[in-house]
Design a protein around this ligand. Sequence first.
Ligand SMILES: *[C@@H]1O[C@H](CO)[C@@H](O)[C@H](O)[C@H]1NC(C)=O
Ligand SMILES: *[C@@H]1O[C@H](CO)[C@@H](O)[C@H](O)[C@H]1NC(C)=O
Ligand SMILES: *[C@@H]1O[C@H](CO)[C@@H](O)[C@H](O)[C@H]1NC(C)=O
Length: 411
Amino acid sequence: METYSQHHLPLILLHLIFIPIIFTACGASPLSTFRAYVADPDAVADDVHRSIENSTAHAAMRRRYLGEKNKSCLTGNPIDDCWRCDPHWEKNRKRLADCAIGFGKLARGGVDGEIYVVTTSEDSDDYRNPEPGTLRYAAMSKKPLWIIFARNMKFRLKRHILLESFKTIDGRGHHIEFDGGKCIASRFATNIIIHGLVIHNCEQRIMDGDGIQIFRGTHIWIDHNTLWNCSDGLIDVTFGSTPITISNNHLTRHNKVMLLGHNDNFRLDKKMQVTIAFNHFGEGLIQRMPRCRNGYFHVVNNDYTRWGLYAIGGSAAPTINCRGNRFTAPDYRFHKEATKRPFVKMSEWKHWNWRSVGDEFLNGAFFTPSGSQTYLGHYEKAWSTNAKPASWVASITADAGVLKCDKNSHC
Ligand SMILES: *[C@@H]1O[C@H](CO)[C@@H](O)[C@H](O)[C@H]1NC(C)=O
Ligand SMILES: *[C@@H]1O[C@H](CO)[C@@H](O)[C@H](O)[C@H]1NC(C)=O
Ligand SMILES: *[C@@H]1O[C@H](CO)[C@@H](O)[C@H](O)[C@H]1NC(C)=O
């Protein structure tokens, strides 16, 4: 969903009429956004750089001394290196909750609850009273839950799985696929972790056809999923959702990939803070990787493979802090620019802070920075990520998307 149009009439109604009612009725006032918002986003970005620096240094050292054998835990990817070296990951699943970096770092998911095993891919017709054993039952529980699966499962749903607060969906160890129908959404929820799902061909019926939709969420982490070809966005984060980390995902074959903020005039999105790290924006993507509005976006060590129109777009004066990404432009000579400020005059966007540090540009790709030339996050003066950042992108993103994890061995 992006702009208001006839096509989106139901959404207009939702915005104008229902949102204030929902805010009031659920007690979900914009306050939760203000509480979750981080006052010093540059400090969070700096913390991410430090953890990458630390992990790549360890990885380089261990490669030198131990050889390349243990590849899955020698990547220099600080999220993966936090848990993937453990051959008993299956017994220590909740360890994952300590491994996020960036704005979504504090997302607890269901770490304080029980492990819940989904035993069937059937969905309940009565979606308000789902059967125990279904994913819907677990997702709607009022208790914190760490949700795992008994076997490989394929879902084709008539309604979104609506995740309530304090849930982890952990697909590790099985092939968990959402193929067609409706997919995953979370509205007015907090502390969500989504890890290890294959999501594709999600369909639009009345409202939205996103792969993963986060609407007014706080403390969200979306890690190691594989997504392609949905009828709306692959990952959409809107309505004052913050703080968020979107990491290690593999995205392909899609037009409008990732929307962060739905409307220029939605002021609460000024508080949106998102870390986009170690994702592989792969083959067949056209635009919005991501498309940002209003907030602060830290885009670090992602691999961009030949977009169709552009990679990173923004409007409504977002801050874009780009570090150590690899941008490979498409061959078409008029689409080499990685950045895009659609429908905005230069006199306006020249003040927006868009900066690129340590990015690598291939096949003629380029980034158009803006904002004060002298603007650098205040921490950067004391701390510089001088170490060959983009050169690590290939190994850091090599396992983007769903991982193949077997019990009793490295994942
Ligand atoms: C640095 O990396 C090592 C190995 O990956 C890890 O054990 C340690 O906790 C990290 N330290 C920090 C401060 O991130
Ligand atoms: C991986 O490395 C660890 C030490 O970091 C070692 O204990 C383990 O045996 C290695 N596993 C394999 C499969 O090489
Ligand atoms: C993409 O997904 C839509 C449903 O959203 C489906 O109708 C279409 O066939 C899919 N396209 C491909 C190429 O798989």
